[in-house]
Design a binder for this molecule. Structure first.
Ligand code: HEC
Length: 144
């Protein structure tokens, strides 16, 4: 085999490896994202209960809002294999799943806005709505 043939072979091997790993990679990234969202929600709750100023929490709230917008893309077609607690309807009911992600984005943006305004009451309300949106999607689209 000439040098070019060898390079072409390496490239096609790499392409195959990338294709084989794509679903797994997607699953790991999305679980890391869900895990991070869980940590943020726990932190925010602790700050809220401790009566701390909500202003410094804007960044974390905004992270949840940004993540909500990316959520459907973290569950690409074909990533329903391997280790996952996602139910099959994540992929068969894309509109419903997208709707559940949008339903998280809205209160999460309100959460960030309330933090920016230093509005504790608004922050507490939006926090509850945000947590409800997490739970609503989990009840419908996640194995318990
Ligand atoms: C649009 C649907 C949806 C929304 C909204 C959502 N999740 Fe999830 N979440 C899932 C699905 C599906 C899984 C299972 C993913 C898997 O196992 O591949 C999951 C898994 C998790 C996990 C377990 C991760 C792990 O390590 O296996 C945590 C923690 C979590 N979500 C927290 C949250 C929090 C906190 C929020 C709200 C801020 C949230 N989720 C919003 C769909 C959602």
């Amino acid at each position: 085999m000439g040098r070019l043939g060898w390079i072409a072979g390496v490239f096609s091997l790499l392409a195959m490896a990338a294709a084989a790993e794509a679903p797994q990679g997607g699953g790991a990234e999305r679980r890391a994202g869900e895990h991070r969202a869980g940590e943020i929600m726990r932190d925010l709750r602790a700050d809220l209960l401790a009566g701390r100023d909500v202003r410094p929490l804007e960044g974390q709230a905004q992270q949840v809002a940004d993540w909500a917008a990316r959520l459907p893309a973290l569950f690409p077609p074909g990533s329903d294999t391997g280790e996952t607690n996602a139910l099959a309807n994540v992929w068969t009911d894309r509109p419903g799943f997208g709707q559940a992600a949008l339903a998280l984005g809205e209160p999460a943006r309100r959460l960030a806005a309330a933090a920016r305004a230093g509005d504790r009451g608004g922050f507490a309300d939006a926090y509850r709505a945000t947590a409800d949106a997490c739970g609503a999607c989990h009840r419908k689209f996640r194995r318990h």
